[in-house]
Design a binder for this molecule. Structure first.
Ligand SMILES: *Cc1c(COP(=O)(O)O)cnc(C)c1O
Length: 477
């Protein structure tokens, strides 16, 4: 058994040996996952037992532990990288993004300051500028990579509060004459509740505006809520429109929401966490008309841009407000430049080199490659929609993006989802859309084929037929 130091920092030959083993093992696992069940059936008690055997008293060889870990994950996860995972927005990551993770792990740059990591900070800033420009924000827009959409949306609220009252920085919510409130639709991502809690304005600050019956914020309801809140002494600070609701891919009316925000002197944020990638598609980007007017936007790179997990973006046209919200000085930091140093313009301090994932992916695919990726997902969703409608299924949503909320001709959607998931042939989600139980099917994997969609249709039809206690039709698609 090697000394602990060698275990943590092995010599070059040993690193290469383990790296090679790992690379091969992972590629083989990837191939098996594609061929196998989306939902493996792990032996949970064996796994629990094996885990307790790691008492951290008796060191083990790295190659053995790597083998155990990859095997455990292979049979212990819902495989979001599977081409028939039609689930929540967790696509199989791009290969360049995976390469970026290795590079970041090797150099381990600290992205708090540009002084220590000038090349890495510049690469991130370059990608942020490119995304901002593609989204139609002005050339002086700035931003940063975040852990995800939640941190980006949190940043938006902090900016809105900071802009609304210059004393917020010092006094917090007490600076306001009445309770600060902000507006999102009831179909928005409810991380907003946690965000309001963290920001210190309280969960009651979230105004869940009614939708129009099709999952979009109802503009009249927004106007009415604003009037009502002002009459009651509340202080509105932000309208956050969702561009691609998590549930159903619906896009709030961005231009009317912008007009209302401007008329009321409110921060206008667009949460395009997953829908934002549609800016890559020349054919489809018009569905986000108005996003370029936003004071700030959220786009997750780890959703439709398919980087590895934990990679969002926050972009704003108001650089000074971002600095006002996050500035700080600390004697030990080598520099304090709001134009350059991420730790004075963002919620994080120590920061991983996340942006390299999108940089490498964009560098090799270009906007055109990502545009094809987006168009392909949407084309498959349209195909699925037509096939299901032809079989008597109803489509509850009307999204221009790659997600369908469907209801079967007969049977309980939740029971159908349970059956399909248990079969391991595909993974779909049960959710509620506009007060109805629906089956949510989302296409985000860049390697999903028409054949995979056909297998999903067969699985849906089988489950529906079974729940209707009819004989299972053997239908090929
Ligand atoms: C996923 C999502 C979020 C939350 O983002 P995380 O990356 O999961 O933190 C916020 N808003 C929308 C619309 C989303 O789809």
């Amino acid at each position: 058994m090697p000394a602990p130091q060698t275990a943590l920092f092995p010599p070059a030959a040993e690193r290469l040996r383990c790296d090679d083993l790992l690379t091969r093992a992972l590629e083989q696992a990837r191939e098996r996952i594609r061929q196998g069940s989306v939902v493996p059936t792990p032996d949970r008690s064996a796994f629990a037992q094996e885990l307790t055997e790691f008492d951290f008293q008796r060191p083990r060889p790295l190659d053995e532990v790597l083998k155990w870990t990859t095997a455990s994950l292979e049979c212990g996860l819902v495989h979001v990288t599977h081409p028939r995972y039609f689930g929540l927005f967790n696509p199989a990551p791009t290969f360049p993004a995976a390469c970026a993770d290795r590079i970041a792990a090797t150099f381990n740059p600290q992205l708090a300051t540009a002084t220590t990591s000038p090349a890495a900070v510049a690469i991130e800033a370059h990608v942020i500028r490119a995304v901002a420009q593609r989204a139609g924000l002005p050339s002086d827009a700035i931003g940063h990579f975040t852990s995800g959409g939640s941190e980006a949306n949190y940043t938006a609220l902090i900016c809105a509060l900071t802009r609304a009252n210059e004393r917020f920085a010092r006094d917090g919510a007490r600076a306001f004459a009445g309770p600060p409130v902000f507006y999102v639709s009831r179909e928005s991502h409810l991380a907003w509740l946690k965000i309001a809690h963290q920001a210190g304005v309280g969960r009651a600050a979230v105004r869940l505006v009614a939708t129009d019956g099709c999952g979009r914020m109802a503009v009249e309801a927004l106007r009415a809520a604003l009037l009502d809140d002002r009459a009651n002494g509340c202080v509105p600070v932000m309208v956050a429109a969702t561009a691609g609701t998590t549930n159903a891919g619906m896009i709030d009316p961005l231009l009317p929401c912008f007009e209302i925000a401007r008329a009321n002197d409110l921060w206008f944020h667009v949460d395009a966490a997953w829908g934002g990638a549609v800016i890559a598609s020349d054919h489809r980007r018009a569905v986000l008309e108005g996003i370029g007017l936003a004071d700030s936007i959220t786009i997750d790179a780890h959703k439709w841009f398919a980087t590895t997990m934990g990679c969002g973006m926050f972009i704003t046209r108001h650089a000074p407000i971002l600095t006002a919200a996050f500035h700080v000085t600390a004697g030990f930091m080598p520099s304090n430049n709001p134009g350059l140093d991420p730790y004075v313009t963002s919620a994080q301090w120590s920061r991983r080199f996340l942006g390299l994932r999108l940089f490498l992916s964009l560098a090799v695919a270009g906007w055109a490659g990502y545009g094809d990726h987006v168009d392909r997902s949407i084309a498959l969703a349209e195909m699925l929609k037509q096939e299901l409608e032809a079989r008597g299924w109803k489509i509850a949503n009307d999204s221009p993006l790659a997600v369908l909320c469907v209801t079967p001709p007969s049977g309980d959607p939740r029971a159908l989802v349970a059956e399909i998931v248990a079969s391991g042939r595909a993974w779909v989600a049960a959710t509620r859309f506009e007060d109805r139980d629906v089956i949510r099917v989302c296409i985000s994997n860049g390697e999903t084929t028409a054949e995979d969609v056909a297998i999903l249709i067969t699985a849906l039809e089988h489950a529906a037929a079974r729940s209707a206690s009819k004989p299972v039709p053997e239908r090929s698609v």
